[in-house]
Design a protein around this ligand. Structure first.
Ligand SMILES: [Fe+2]
Length: 92
Protein backbone atom coordinates (compact mmCIF):
# COMPACT_ATOMS: atom_id res chain seq x y z
CA UNK A 1 0.00 0.00 0.00
CA UNK A 2 1.43 3.36 -0.89
CA UNK A 3 1.42 6.30 1.50
CA UNK A 4 -1.40 8.10 -0.31
CA UNK A 5 -3.66 5.05 -0.07
CA UNK A 6 -2.72 4.62 3.58
CA UNK A 7 -3.56 8.26 4.37
CA UNK A 8 -6.88 7.85 2.55
CA UNK A 9 -7.71 4.73 4.57
CA UNK A 10 -6.69 6.42 7.83
CA UNK A 11 -8.93 9.38 6.93
CA UNK A 12 -11.81 6.97 6.38
CA UNK A 13 -11.36 5.54 9.87
CA UNK A 14 -10.82 9.08 11.24
CA UNK A 15 -14.20 10.10 9.80
CA UNK A 16 -15.85 7.02 11.31
CA UNK A 17 -14.43 7.84 14.73
CA UNK A 18 -15.92 11.36 14.61
CA UNK A 19 -19.29 10.02 13.53
CA UNK A 20 -19.16 7.62 16.48
CA UNK A 21 -18.29 10.51 18.84
CA UNK A 22 -21.27 12.48 17.56
CA UNK A 23 -23.80 9.68 17.99
CA UNK A 24 -22.55 8.58 21.41
CA UNK A 25 -22.80 12.20 22.58
CA UNK A 26 -26.18 12.62 20.93
CA UNK A 27 -27.58 9.48 22.60
CA UNK A 28 -26.20 10.57 25.98
CA UNK A 29 -27.92 13.93 25.58
CA UNK A 30 -31.39 12.80 24.52
CA UNK A 31 -31.86 9.71 26.65
CA UNK A 32 -34.24 9.85 29.51
CA UNK A 33 -35.58 7.59 32.22
CA UNK A 34 -34.73 6.63 35.73
CA UNK A 35 -31.59 4.69 34.74
CA UNK A 36 -30.41 7.13 32.11
CA UNK A 37 -27.76 9.08 34.10
CA UNK A 38 -25.30 6.18 34.49
CA UNK A 39 -25.89 5.08 30.90
CA UNK A 40 -25.35 8.64 29.67
CA UNK A 41 -22.13 8.78 31.69
CA UNK A 42 -20.95 5.57 30.03
CA UNK A 43 -21.87 6.85 26.55
CA UNK A 44 -19.96 10.09 27.21
CA UNK A 45 -16.95 8.08 28.36
CA UNK A 46 -17.09 5.96 25.20
CA UNK A 47 -17.36 9.16 23.14
CA UNK A 48 -14.18 10.38 24.83
CA UNK A 49 -12.42 7.13 23.93
CA UNK A 50 -13.51 7.48 20.30
CA UNK A 51 -12.32 11.10 20.25
CA UNK A 52 -8.92 9.91 21.47
CA UNK A 53 -8.85 7.37 18.63
CA UNK A 54 -9.59 10.19 16.18
CA UNK A 55 -6.72 12.21 17.69
CA UNK A 56 -4.34 9.27 17.34
CA UNK A 57 -5.38 8.78 13.71
CA UNK A 58 -4.93 12.50 13.01
CA UNK A 59 -1.45 12.38 14.51
CA UNK A 60 -0.53 9.42 12.29
CA UNK A 61 -1.99 11.05 9.17
CA UNK A 62 0.10 14.16 9.84
CA UNK A 63 3.21 12.02 10.49
CA UNK A 64 2.71 10.49 7.04
CA UNK A 65 2.50 13.93 5.43
CA UNK A 66 -1.26 13.94 5.00
CA UNK A 67 -4.00 16.10 6.42
CA UNK A 68 -6.91 14.88 8.54
CA UNK A 69 -10.24 15.63 6.90
CA UNK A 70 -11.20 19.16 7.88
CA UNK A 71 -14.56 19.52 6.16
CA UNK A 72 -17.30 18.25 8.46
CA UNK A 73 -19.61 17.68 5.50
CA UNK A 74 -17.12 15.22 4.02
CA UNK A 75 -17.07 12.91 7.04
CA UNK A 76 -20.08 10.89 5.91
CA UNK A 77 -18.85 10.92 2.32
CA UNK A 78 -15.56 9.25 3.20
CA UNK A 79 -16.78 7.02 6.07
CA UNK A 80 -17.97 3.49 5.35
CA UNK A 81 -20.81 3.63 7.85
CA UNK A 82 -24.32 4.13 6.61
CA UNK A 83 -26.21 7.22 7.50
CA UNK A 84 -28.38 6.68 10.54
CA UNK A 85 -32.01 7.45 9.91
CA UNK A 86 -34.10 7.90 13.03
CA UNK A 87 -37.76 7.31 13.34
CA UNK A 88 -39.76 9.56 15.61
CA UNK A 89 -37.92 9.75 18.94
CA UNK A 90 -40.28 11.86 21.02
CA UNK A 91 -43.98 12.44 21.13
CA UNK A 92 -44.86 15.94 20.01
FE1 LIG B 1 -12.64 3.93 17.96
Amino acid sequence: MDIGELVKELNTVYAEEWIAVYYYKWAATVMSGVNSPPVADLLNKIAGDEEEHAKELADRIIELGGEPEKDFENLYKIARCRKIVFLKTRAT
